[in-house]
Design a protein around this ligand. Structure first.
Ligand code: ATP
Ligand code: MG
Length: 801
């Protein structure tokens, strides 16, 4: 059945669209929830579905991209506790009406925070935050939605209790984790659903939640802890999990929210950024003598925009300047004037829990002090959404453009009034998330900097698709001389090193681990912190007195969930086809040959424009004769999102393409071809690993050679190669390990060779292994043991006899 709302093809018997939750049929049968049937009265839920999401789903379907993706998402389950008992007390038709109402209360907050509802199940819903579109704050959105569901249902539950005498409550469970989303089930069914351990855990959170509460797992808790007040609930046993799971109950949004950024107990003063700080300080100095300015601070997520401005404010604490600040929020883009409200509320000293009356009172007081015209107050009240009855009447007398004009006049007057009292800095953070009304207002007041002691500082990411990008350019043209922009680039390697030392203490890390962090973080301080966090969480870095120490010479990194959000959101912002090209490129590697990529994607005409798009989005850049990902972590995030079986297929195709393309330079490309055949689980990797290994030996690149021979050995054994070949690879591997000084590993290799020789009854192999072992024990190394060496030789003699 085709969904009239989003055009998805659903199975004939589907009652709700699997993509958008649209009611397709008049009756929904509960399967496992003990309710006989639920009549769906109207099909109005679709009106809550965000348009952006619908467009994205349609586009994804067009390029068949929904064939499955690996994603870290936040899942929310919500069900009606006591529904069976409640349903028995009333007529089924009445219960159906009640359930329809409950569904509406469950679903409305989900869509408000741009989640999706892939499944309704009798008396429960499942919602995803992070699929098909990722937001970097998906876990936060899920918890907000969960709290709002509980808050919103109270009134309805009371209404039902009074009307029918039945009581019910909702339970909400939330978990964040890796799942596969997309086409699962038989080939004909394009089902947008998710499978994985993480989803079962979310269901478990719901089943064990106390009625009328939200329960989250530790994985979600860690990603949202600074934003909500929580009660720790202890541990819950979960089937299939060895250890119990720690769970938490969010109680509400924190009054003063913390920061997810930064590492507890690890701090660093601002590193670098001297030029930017000095330009900003110059503007502040000018402000003290009455000159205004408009400054935009532009940089990718995590490069330190907010940190820079915090530093600026700190160094001007004593200057008598008033600082006001508004933060745009990614999930508040539909709230008009959101950052402006914060700015004006701060300027009148309105508190979070002030009633609308108190806010009006404070506003009037400040307006009186600044001798502002009383006629402006209703418009300021409207902007703050605290208008009185009388103000409402005044405001509704204006409509459309006329109303906006009056609002602008009121705010202009207000800012002039406040600036008259003393110099003023107004900071907008995360302007890329600002709502359209806020941007228009900013444009309309930007020229006040010409004559007022007023500096605007706007921080934004260089997202050219965001409305803020155009707005800033229009402002630049408008205010001309007052306009300054600062671009934050990644920190150079030396500064990254300083930052690492500041955070972890001197000499804490081996050069190897340091280099690995520096390379992967690409000069982004936020990435550095998150990489360190994941090393601490996986006990690869441990505290030792005043500094931190790496446990091993090497480190194993997996992409931290905090970074997945930021990077995933950036990838999901791409048009579907471009994202598909990016994912394919990620399988080729950090740098990629366009000819290979073109063949892989099967695109002809539009290929160049896709690459252009990726270049403009600063995701890839030309590199020698190829292209490369600007951030290794973006490549990793894109790679991680591809289904494993799809990756295997792509690797194999890449190897074949490289083989074809470089047929006359096979030795040169052998390492690359070997890697892709190996990752594509294709035994042809053996030939290329041997070729690459032998070449590496000739160049004395023994570490590389060891990797190639190691893989070659694994494949040769798996594919039943002849014993002569296997023995020869054992010897080659053992030899390079010896050259590398890894005698223990070399010994283990020869032991394995000996065992192989014994099981195959191959005396020559056994003999060679014993001779090699004897040599290792005889040379001067940590393993030197002449008795053991002799023993090996005696055994060898016995075999050869
Ligand atoms: N120059 C720096 N020296 C030391 N630490 C830094 C520096 N820049 C950023 N950091 C640290 O890196 C983290 C990320 O910085 P910040 O939050 O300021 O980035 P941002 O550019 O504002 O990112 P977003 O666009 O996501 O808001 C913070 O925890 C901050 O302490
Ligand atoms: Mg910031």
């Amino acid at each position: 059945m085709r969904c009239p709302n989003c055009q998805t093809n659903n199975p004939e018997q589907a009652k709700f669209c699997m993509n958008c939750g649209y009611a397709l049929a008049a009756t929904v049968h509960a399967t496992d929830r003990g309710i006989d049937s639920v009549q769906v009265k109207d099909r109005s839920l679709d009106k809550f579905i965000p348009q952006e999401l619908l467009t994205k789903i349609q586009a994804a379907r067009a390029v068949d991209a929904m064939a499955g993706e690996r994603r870290v998402i936040t899942m929310l389950f919500c069900d009606v506790k006591g529904s069976t008992a409640a349903a028995e007390k009333v007529d089924p038709e009445t219960w159906t009406d009640i359930m329809n109402g409950i569904f509406e209360y469950m679903i409305r907050p989900i869509y408000k925070y741009e989640g999706t509802v892939p499944r309704l199940m009798g008396d429960a819903i499942l919602a995803f935050f992070g699929a098909p579109i990722a937001h970097e704050d998906d876990p936060q959105r899920a918890v907000l939605a969960g709290l709002e569901i509980q808050e919103g249902i109270k009134e309805y539950a009371e209404e039902i209790r009074l009307k029918y005498g039945i009581e019910f409550a909702l339970r909400v469970g939330i978990n964040t984790g890796l799942v596969v989303v997309g086409a699962i089930g038989s080939d004909l069914r394009m089902e947008y659903t998710a499978i994985g351990d993480a989803i079962n855990l979310a269901a478990r959170m719901e089943q064990t939640a106390l009625p009328s509460t939200v329960q989250v797992t530790e994985d979600t808790y860690r990603l949202v802890a600074p934003f909500f007040d929580f009660e720790a609930l202890g541990e819950v046993e979960v089937k299939g999990k060895a250890a119990p799971i720690k769970t938490y109950r969010p109680l509400g949004v924190k009054k003063s929210q913390g920061n997810l950024r930064g590492l507890e107990g690890l701090t660093s003063p601002l590193v670098g950024r001297e030029a930017q700080l000095s330009l900003l300080n110059e503007q502040v100095e000018q402000l003290k003598i009455g000159a205004g300015a408009f400054v935009s601070v532009i940089g990718e997520a995590g490069l330190g925009k907010s940190t820079l401005i915090a530093e600026l404010k700190k160094s001007n604490e004593e200057s008598g300047i008033v600082w006001l600040r508004g933060d745009a929020l990614s999930y508040a883009r539909s709230v008009s004037y959101f950052p402006w409200r914060q700015i004006i509320r701060q300027s009148i000293d309105a508190h979070e829990d002030d009633s609308p009356g108190e806010v009006r009172h404070k506003l009037t007081y400040v307006c009186d002090c600044c001798t502002l015209p009383g006629g402006d107050i209703p418009f300021l009240e409207a902007l703050l959404a605290v208008e009185s009855e009388e103000s409402l009447q005044v405001v509704t007398g204006f409509q459309g453009e006329a109303l906006i004009q009056r609002m602008v006049e009121a705010v202009r007057g207000y800012l002039c009034g406040v600036a008259k009292e003393g110099p003023l800095v107004i900071v907008f953070d995360d302007l890329h998330w600002a709502d359209a009304a806020s941007l228009n207002l900013l444009f309309s007041v930007a020229d006040l900097t010409d004559a007022q002691p007023l500096v605007f500082i706007c921080m934004l990411r260089p997202d050219k698709t965001a409305a803020s990008w155009d707005a800033i350019h229009k402002i630049q043209q408008k205010v001309e001389e007052q306009y300054h922009s600062l671009f934050l680039e990644p920190l150079p390697d030396e500064q990254t090193d300083v930052l690492l030392t500041n955070l972890l203490g001197v000499n804490g890390l081996s050069k190897n681990v340091r280099d690995m962090i520096v390379e992967r973080a690409d000069g982004n301080p936020f990435f550095i912190e998150e990489l360190i966090r994941s090393l601490i969480e996986t006990n690869q870095i441990v505290r030792e007195n005043s500094h931190w120490r790496a446990v091993n010479e090497d480190a194993k990194f997996s992409l931290p969930n905090t970074l997945r959000g930021v990077l995933g959101a950036r990838i999901d912002r791409l048009p579907e086809l471009t994202k598909h090209v990016l994912q394919n490129a990620a399988v080729i590697g950090r740098s990629f040959d366009l000819r290979v990529l073109k063949q892989l994607t099967g695109l002809n005409g539009s290929f160049d424009s896709q690459i252009q798009y990726l270049k403009e989005a600063s995701l890839v850049e030309p590199f020698r004769e190829e292209y490369m990902f600007r951030h290794v972590l973006i490549q990793e995030a894109a790679y991680d999102s591809i289904l494993i079986k799809k990756r295997v297929e792509l690797h194999k195709r890449i190897a074949e393409t490289l083989e074809q393309l470089h047929s006359n330079r096979l030795e040169e490309f052998a390492p690359l071809i070997a890697y892709h055949f190996y990752s594509g689980q294709d035994p042809r990797s053996l030939k290329y690993d041997l070729l690459a290994g032998e070449k590496a030996v000739r160049l004395y690149a023994n570490a590389e050679a060891a990797v190639h021979f190691g893989r070659a050995l694994e494949v040769a054994k798996r594919n039943g190669s002849d014993n002569l070949q296997i023995a020869s690879i054992f010897t080659q591997l053992g030899h390079v390990l010896e050259l590398l000084g890894h005698h223990q590993r070399a010994l283990a290799t020869y032991d394995e060779m000996l065992a192989h020789g014994r099981s195959e009854h191959e005396k020559v192999i056994q003999l060679n292994a014993l001779m090699a072992k004897a040599t290792i024990y005889s040379i001067f190394s940590q393993l030197h043991d002449s008795a053991l060496s002799e023993q090996m030789l005696i055994q060898a003699l016995e075999i050869s006899a």
